[in-house]
Design a protein around this ligand. Sequence first.
Ligand code: HGY
Ligand code: MN
Ligand code: MN
Length: 430
Amino acid sequence: MIDADPEPSAAGATTGLRIDSDRLVSRLMALGEIGAIDGTTGCARLALTDEDRAGRDLVVTWMRDLGLEISIDGIGNVIATMPGFDGVAPVMTGSHIDTVGTGGRYDGNLGVLGGLEVIETVIAARERGELELTRPLAVGFFSDEEGARFPPDMLGSLVYVGGMAVEDALLIEDANGAVFGTELERIGYAGPAPLPGPAPHAFVELHIEQGPVLEDEDVTIGVVEGVQGISWTELTLNGESCHAGTTPMRLRHDPGYVAARISAQVRELTSEFGEPQVGTVGAITLVPNLVNVVPSIATLTVDLRNTDEDTLQRAETKFRGFVATTAEAEGVGVETRMLARFEPVEFDEQVIDIVERSAGALGMSSRRMPSGAGHDAQMFARVCPTAMIFTKSVNGISHNVTEYTEPEDLEAGTNVLLQTMLILAETEFG
Ligand code: HGY
Ligand code: MN
Ligand code: MN
């Protein structure tokens, strides 16, 4: 039994146990080689691609080597649990190993491999008789967290917690018409485990911050209190293609012009609303995309986020009004498709407090903060006490091949995860 003092002593939290950071970093580098982008330290493992399959196979091998019980469910989530606890609800950690197209080696991967490292450390301590647990620890990776290929993001964990029927999720198509369920079968990860999945005792996710705050303030650990609201919209603007030289401006119905105006307005809207409002037009495609042809179609995506739901709704209303007015003035038709919409999420105060005290007990500086990015933890917050741990991102960069986190910060975050999971295993929630 760990000296299960939920008040970890300053000497070293609940136990002097520490992770093996060399082993953690070597696994992160090995996984990062799968889908590696030539000439960079980045990698591309879009959900359900061959690269994603290869990454999954590697991590599942590591899970099996530890003797963990592995479940794969109907949306492709993989959860590995310490055996021998007769179905007692686990303390679960995890994240994702799919990446965006210009991804780094740490986004999501740290949460999965950090969780695996914690479990390996705990298994060894138990074998040495230094530790007893009343609850198992589990680590998972959840399908299609990025949503970059199959929107919405956090799809696997959303289905796991019952936020979307698996039947509906399996029908989602990517931009080329590939179907989620078909791709999942193709890579061999359509599993038998039931959905929604069983709620864990508690869930805590380790993740890189992906922003500049911890580095700017030189704080080691982010104690994440919640996740901001997310609104993803896809717009298809239908105009009329014509000759770029012969067609007078007054006769044009140019969706490319409307798309450009929308993109500029999204930026202006964030200035008008002020922080923390953010807005991004990440994808614009024109058809036929030729120098001397006024486009017939423009497709673009708009990502709006805010920590406050009412403000996010006001931003959506303002943006939609602008789209309607601008398109009408140009004689361009508009088709709208919501790709993702999640309200802001607040994490559990007790778990937040345990993360904060674990960092303090390990002598690490920490600060409370919201998450600007979406994470699988925001879905688990629907079914169990949940919070997150952030560790620094160099230059605050992520979703970029130069994404980097120093080894000592990878180690710090994973040791806080270790302590937090051990305390959660001994904590009963009201
Ligand atoms: O988009 C996000 O916030 C996350 O990276 N899926
Ligand atoms: Mn992530
Ligand atoms: Mn990401």
